[in-house]
Design a protein around this ligand. Structure first.
Ligand code: ADP
Length: 431
């Protein structure tokens, strides 16, 4: 490694001179032969030949023009300016996946990659990093890391234009290997984007809060009715019958919720394993529609199934796929009852990538879904009208389950809707 004194000059390290001599050996030998020949032929005097050789030798030892020399300039002690950068450092920094900035010992920018300029667009070579990195914690950490030569680690967040979190490591790199000063030759600043991790943490916290809230509501109703039955309504037979009915409904709502939560976590746990048992979707859809006939009749809705094939076999998990069509058809009956009709079509088609796929559409002609809700509809507990969902016995987890099951089957769920004209949910599964 090249040695530098505290002024950044090449030191008197014999190892360093030796390595330069070794690197320049072919040039020096050729030159010696050429000069000897010129001296022998009388073209040059001994003095001229030795003089020329001495000049070239001096250039080699000072090392101008080499990568090593470039690094010397990079580490230059000239306190006010970083004149150039090292192509090697540039190439390494450009290839790193995270935003990276390299500073010199005066905290001036030496190199940075495109990812770094995306988060700090004002970055400029040769300028103090503090001009581009306006976060006080980061600027202070750079200062202390530079002064102490010890690595620093800070986290910061920015709110504009979107909320983002970063983990910043400032690593002093002592290329010079100089033990006489604590100050580092270069400082490597890496930024790690924590935003996806934080979002998942937030989602988990929201999920727990939502699940607890959903469970607490029926629980509060249940304990309220128990108090009433133990107190004022103790001897009121009619009230007891009515309250018992409500309590049963609330208890089954809690059971449904727990059931959906457990199903979701089981599906998530197995998300990486694609189910492979052969499942006939025509049979599944017919069976689900039959089971929902009573509900359809209650709402005066007709379920019509049109299958272009007798059997539509896909690799999958029969129970999970049954759950998908139960949820979609039930939703069509609950939220699309006004349309009086639910159409289900089953087809075998060629997908965009040339493979055969099963395409199942569940279409209703009811209230439809406003466009702003479409992207969020498969989020857990997302409901357009919480009151309506609760009144229908919904948990807000149905479409989240549908999405997770279809993802596990490596299929696709798409949704089209026009407010007031119904909704169509399309499931595509590879055959
Ligand atoms: P829920 O248990 O509330 O039915 P889902 O996840 O199945 O939960 O559905 C989420 C929300 O999507 C529902 O509350 C409802 O507002 C809306 N939704 C689902 N299907 C339809 C549909 N066919 N027509 C209109 N709105 C729908």
């Amino acid at each position: 490694m090249t040695a530098f004194d505290e002024h950044g000059k090449a030191g008197k390290d014999p190892g360093q001179w030796k390595s330069r001599l070794v690197a320049a050996r072919p040039v020096l030998i050729t030159l010696a032969l050429v000069l000897a020949a010129l001296f022998a032929t009388g073209a040059l005097s001994l003095f001229q030949a030795l003089g020329a050789y001495a000049v070239v030798l001096a250039v080699v030892l000072v090392g101008r023009g080499s990568t090593v020399a470039t690094r010397e300039v990079l580490l230059s002690p000239e306190r006010n300016r970083t004149r150039t950068s090292d192509p090697l450092v540039d190439a390494v920094v450009a290839g790193l996946p995270d935003p990276v900035i390299v500073l010199d010992r005066n905290s001036r920018v030496v190199a940075f990659n495109a990812k770094a300029s995306a988060i700090a667009p004002a970055l400029n070579r040769g300028e103090p990093a503090s001009l581009a990195l306006r976060v006080p914690e980061v600027v202070e950490a750079i200062r202390t890391a530079s002064a102490s030569g010890k690595p620093r680690h800070v986290e910061f967040s920015e709110r504009v234009p979107v909320e983002r979190w970063f983990d910043v490591h400032i690593i002093p790199v002592d290329i010079a290997g100089d033990v006489r000063t604590a100050q580092a030759s270069l400082m490597l600043i890496t930024f790690h984007d924590l935003t996806p991790l934080r979002r998942v943490e937030e989602m988990r916290a929201d999920f727990v809060a939502n699940a607890s809230h959903e469970l607490r509501t029926p629980l509060a109703a249940l304990s309220g009715f128990i108090d009433t039955l133990q107190g004022p309504a103790r001897d009121d037979v009619a009230a007891r019958e009515r309250f018992m009915g409500i309590m049963k409904e609330q208890a089954s709502r809690m059971a449904r919720l727990i059931d959906d939560l457990l199903s979701l976590s089981r599906i998530e746990l197995n998300a990486h394993v694609r189910p492979q048992a052969p499942v006939d979707l025509v049979a599944v859809v017919r069976q689900v529609a039959d089971a929902l006939q009573v509900m359809a009749a209650d709402r005066h809705v007709t379920i019509a199934i049109q299958a272009s094939v007798d059997r539509l076999i896909v690799p999958g998990d029969r129970d999970e796929l049954t759950r998908v069509f139960e949820n979609l058809i039930e939703n069509a009956l609950k939220y699309g009852a006004a349309g009086k009709r639910v159409d289900i079509t089953l087809d075998r088609r060629e997908s965009a990538d040339g493979r055969d796929e099963a395409v199942i559409v569940v279409r209703d002609y009811g209230q439809g879904i406003a466009v702003e809700h479409l992207p969020r509809l498969t989020e857990r507990f997302y409901r357009i009208d919480v009151g309506q969902s609760r009144a229908e016995g919904g948990t807000g987890l149905g479409l989240a389950l549908v999405k997770h099951i279809i993802n596990r089957h490596r299929g696709r769920l798409t949704l089209e809707s026009t407010l007031g004209s119904g909704a169509a949910f399309t499931v595509r599964l590879h055959i």
